[in-house]
Ligand binder design. Sequence first.
Ligand code: PMP
Length: 395
Amino acid sequence: MYKDHFEYFSNNKSVYLDNAATTQKPIQVLEVMNDYYTKFCANIHRSNYSNANKATTLYENSRTYLQEFINAKEKYELIFTKGVTESINFVATSFVKDNFDTVIISTLEHHSNIVPWHMQGRTLHQGLEVVNCDENLNFDLAHLEELLIKHPNSFVSIAHISNAFGKILPIKEIVKIAHAYNAPVLVDGAQSLAHIKVDIQDLDVDFYAISSHKTFGPTGTGAIYAKEEHLKSFKPYQTGGATINDVSFERSIFLDSPYMFEAGTQNIAGVLGFHEALKFITTIGYEKIHKEEIQLYSYLRKELSTIKEIQFYTDIKDSIGSLSFNIQGLNHEDIGILLDKQHVLVRCGHHCAQPVMKYLNIEGTIRVSIAFYNDKYDINKFIIALRKAIEILKD
Ligand code: PMP
């Protein structure tokens, strides 16, 4: 039982199906963080005594592990951040702002891959372009190419997996097309690492934003992968201690990447916890994780299909993790409240993806999002609770 690795599940009898919002954390992640705070708490990259050196070594080992985990070429291509939101804001400010006329995104983006572009004064057709999707929310590669031809100095910023609908976007094809027009590609990987193996060199992306708390690690931690060739044109978007080689009142000379981009005291316990979460994934193995999830996702879809008022917005093809739907004639928020009363935890709303909700002409959805530790028991309990909620609301 995978749930045995998570203390959360012995303390909570509710069915947890909100993994796209955040995942639960295995015991070893919490232990490592506790060890840091209780046994060798010290700042990193500064003092030169044994506990400080131990903390620095473990922090840097975490970077190396992440590099190997996603098969990045160089360790210094990985910069720790507080999550995907900070990672995208970082690239937007430090790299994209003054260098690109147009940013191209998809219809399915999370607000954190839309609002940073608005903050640069980019709005639809004024520095921001959106790639169409079909009726099943599949990405339109031909439209991407049209946009790249029309807007020669573009930057492409796309989610790997939609948090709202679970659609996997064709990143390899997107990158191939974008690179043919000299457009770098940032991928919002918030929803990927919990479900699928990511090989940065194989995807050939320029930037990849990573979230620890969506990947069985602690909150407040994440990373940005930045391809070596771009690092020299990156400016630090925040500065301060630890980024500096030499400072006088006349000027500041920065260290090299990644240190020049990690200003101030970092989330040391968070990074060590994230490292442990990645090790946990390695122990279980993506093959197993993927197989379990695909089976469970199909089962969930099949069971939901037996409810006659169900409305889906995607087919099941190229989908993983999140499944969104509505019940015709009923309000999604009302259903969420009744599910909670029956101890089934899902998210109902727009999932920080309002533009795609507007595109579909809906306010929001009921979203079930699974992780590999969920099982048929969870799905069966959810379906029973959903049927009951529908019955009550239709009365
Ligand atoms: N992008 C997507 C697709 C997400 O699902 C989320 C989190 N809901 C984010 C970005 C933001 O990630 P973080 O919480 O790590 O900042």
